[in-house]
Design a protein around this ligand. Sequence first.
Ligand code: G1P
Length: 356
Amino acid sequence: MKGLILAAGLGTRLRPITSLKPKPTIAVANRPLIHHAVDNLVAAGVRDIGVVVSFLTANSIKETLAGYEGVNFEFIKQNPPKGLAHAVEVSRDFLGDDPFVMYLSDNLFEHGITEFVERFQAGEHRAVMALVPVSYEEAKSLGVAIVEGDRITRLVEKPADPPSTLAVAGVYVFDSAIHAMIEGLEPGAKGEYQITDAIQRLIEAGEPVAPVEVSGWWKDTGKPEDILDANRLLLMRAKRDVKGTVDGAQLIGEVVIEEGAVVRDTTIFGPAIVGAGAEVVGAYIGPFTAIGEECVIHNAEIEYSVVGARTTIQGVGPRLQASLIGEDVRIGGHRGRPSTHRLVVGDESTILLQEG
Ligand code: G1P
C-alpha cells in the first residue's frame, strides 16, 4: 500500500498566513499539518509516500519533511495544480498498479485513518471513502455521497442543493481501477479535474465503493477559524511534559514546555504548549494556545490562539484571543503620544481592534 499526500494547493483562504508558506507547513499544536498527515499514514502501515507539490510549494514542503525519519518520500510535481484527479494522474509512475491511500494534507482525523485502510484490505471494494455527517450549509462546500447499504451509489462535488449531508472527508483508498476513470475526465467544479467525478464513473461502471463513517472528530483546515479549532482538538490530547526551565510560574493542567524554553513569572492554563527555545515572561497563556519555537512573549496575555515560530509579543494591554499569528511577526505595545495603533500589515490580513 502506497500513500499519496496532496500538497500542491495554495491555501488562499488562509492568507496572509499562507502568503509565504504553503498550508501543509503551518504548525498546529506546534507540529506542521503535513507531519500529522504522515503520522496517520505511518500508523496505518504506509511508509512509501508520494508527495504532490507545485513549483510554489515544493521547497518548503521538502524542507518541512526533511526531518521526518523512517519514511520514503517521493516528490511529484503538479504544475499547475488542476484538481485532485489531475494529482493522481501526474503520480501514475510513482503509483504503478499498487493500491494507495490518497490523503489531502490539510485534513486531520482524531482516530487516524487505519479503519479506512483496513476496510479496503478486506478486499471487497475498489475504493473506500471516509464520510462525515455535516450540516446542509457545510455540504455545499464539500463533496457529498449518497449511501445504500455498504455501497456509495452517487457522489456530487460542491452541490448547490446537496442531495445528502454525508460529506467526503479527505482520505480515499483506491486500487488501480481508478486510473482508467481519470482518463478522459472533463473538468468539473471550479474548472478542476475532480476525483469525485472519477469515483462517480467507477460507481457507474458497477464497481463497489465503500463508505466508512469517520469516528471521532474530523477537521478540514481551510480557514483561520479551522486552524484554531484544530489546534484546540489536538491540544486536548496533550499530556503535561515540562522539559524547559520554569521559574516562579504557575502551570495548571496539561501544559507542555519544550526543550530550552524559559517560562518565568507566568501563569499557563492548559492545555497549552510552549515551543522549544521560547521565552515567556510576565505573561498569561490561556487554554488551547500553542506558542511556536523561539517566540518571545513578555508582559502579554494570550489564549485560544496559535502563534508561529520566532514571533515576538511584548507589552500588549488587552488579552489576545482567537488569534492566528504567523511566523517572525512582531506585536508590541507602546505608551507614547499620540495614543494610536500603528500597523504594518501585509495584504489580505485581518485585524480586529477593540472599539474604544
Ligand atoms: C476536497 C474534495 C471534497 C472534499 C474535501 C474535504 O475539496 O474535492 O470532495 O469534501 O476536499 O476536505 P477542497 O477542500 O479541496 O475544495
